[in-house]
Design a protein around this ligand. Structure first.
Ligand code: FE2
Ligand code: FE2
Length: 360
């Protein structure tokens, strides 16, 4: 039988999820409630080398307290974006579940709906921690959201996929493009978990989150394969190229192409840490143009390479002609030329991320 013929794999995912679904307090909300932003000391909430502007002159000129604040606000921005992206995927997951309840296997629909339950707990958990961190600095959620214009993109993502799904009669394109989002998020999260100076409650939350998300990523990966195999042959090539362009556009660290989203989010977050606007804007330009640090910090480079390698593996797993795979990889590589060059010269290896397990 064709290994990507159907959605039977969701039964295995559901069985794994069933073991944890009754434990939201133990795994997520308990550690979030126990988290105390007033007792952080000098502990971090985000990978040190992934802190925005790490190693730049503006960063070196900041006080120790400001640098810690920037690390923690990098976490808040990153995880508020994650929470909003999870709310966005929930809308699409439930649209897909609705279709499956009506026309397809209701057990598959139940697993799609299960992910909605899990993401809702994740969102509540992140919101609890983020609010405490902001309150510690005398900030509110509106300060954070006002400095993050990327949040609205999640709405456009939902609208675009809902429209496409309505026109096509299925949500195949949505599932097909969800995989790169999962890999991107996983890369940063796993670096945070491995950060030696991370706050222990937040580490526990992120570890439990990464375990759930590893399963969500399997759902994306396998559903994407099935979706592609069910598309009409003429629709597969544009779908593959759209996937590649989407994957190439997601970034960790710096991309060659500048955009309003990284520019405004990073500049305004720097301003929240007390850097005057003119200085913050100049610092962003210098960072973007690689004026002071031509190469990203080693952890950022290794993360970028990890991201691109996992996407290449996924491309290789798809049931499309070899020339399509080559073309997809070329498109993805165009956004990541810096780390692929460093890898060829032997300077760089991707991260090694072994499977995580729940604490007993
Ligand atoms: Fe999540
Ligand atoms: Fe997820």
């Amino acid at each position: 039988m064709d290994p990507v013929a159907g959605f039977d794999f969701t039964r295995r995912l559901q069985a794994v999820s069933d073991r944890d679904v009754g434990r939201p307090h133990e795994l997520f909300l308990g550690p979030a409630n126990a988290f105390d932003a007033g007792r952080l000391g000098d502990r971090l909430l985000f990978p040190r080398e992934m802190t925005w502007f790490h190693g730049e002159p503006v960063f070196e000129a900041m006080s120790d307290e400001q640098r810690l604040m920037l690390n923690r606000l990098s976490f808040c921005q990153s995880y508020y974006s994650t929470a909003v992206a999870e709310a966005a995927t929930n809308v699409l997951n439930y649209e897909a579940a609705l279709d499956a309840f009506i026309d397809d296997d209701p057990d598959v629909a139940l697993y799609m709906a299960r992910e909605v339950t899990e993401e809702t707990v994740h969102i509540q958990t992140f919101l609890t921690v983020i609010r405490k961190v902001l309150a510690h600095y005398g900030l509110g959620l509106d300060d954070l959201r006002g400095a993050n214009p990327s949040l609205r993109m999640a709405k456009r993502y939902v609208q675009g996929h809902s429209l496409l799904g309505w026109l096509r009669g299925d949500l195949h394109y949505y599932y097909f493009t969800r995989f790169p989002l999962n890999v991107n998020q996983k890369t940063v999260e796993r670096c945070a978990i491995d950060e030696p100076d991370l706050d222990p409650s937040v580490r526990e939350i992120l570890k439990n989150h990464a375990i759930d998300e590893a399963r969500h990523m399997q759902m994306s990966r396998r559903t994407g394969q099935v979706a592609l195999s069910r598309m009409r042959p003429w629709a597969r090539i544009p779908a593959c190229l759209a996937f590649a362009r989407f994957a190439a556009g997601l970034y960790i660290g710096r991309h060659r192409r500048d955009g309003r989203l990284p520019r405004e989010t990073r500049t305004r977050t720097l301003m929240l840490c007390g850097v005057p606007e003119a200085e913050a804007r100049a610092a962003y330009r210098a960072w973007r143009d690689r004026t002071n640090q031509p190469d990203d910090p080693p952890l950022v480079q290794a993360g970028r390479l990890y991201y691109v390698k996992r996407n290449f593996e996924y491309v290789d797993s798809l049931d499309v002609p070899a020339w399509t795979k080559r073309r997809m990889k070329r498109v993805i590589a165009s956004g990541y030329a810096d780390v692929l060059r460093a890898e060829r010269s032997g300077e760089l290896r991707p991260l090694q991320l072994d499977d995580l397990e729940r604490a007993a």
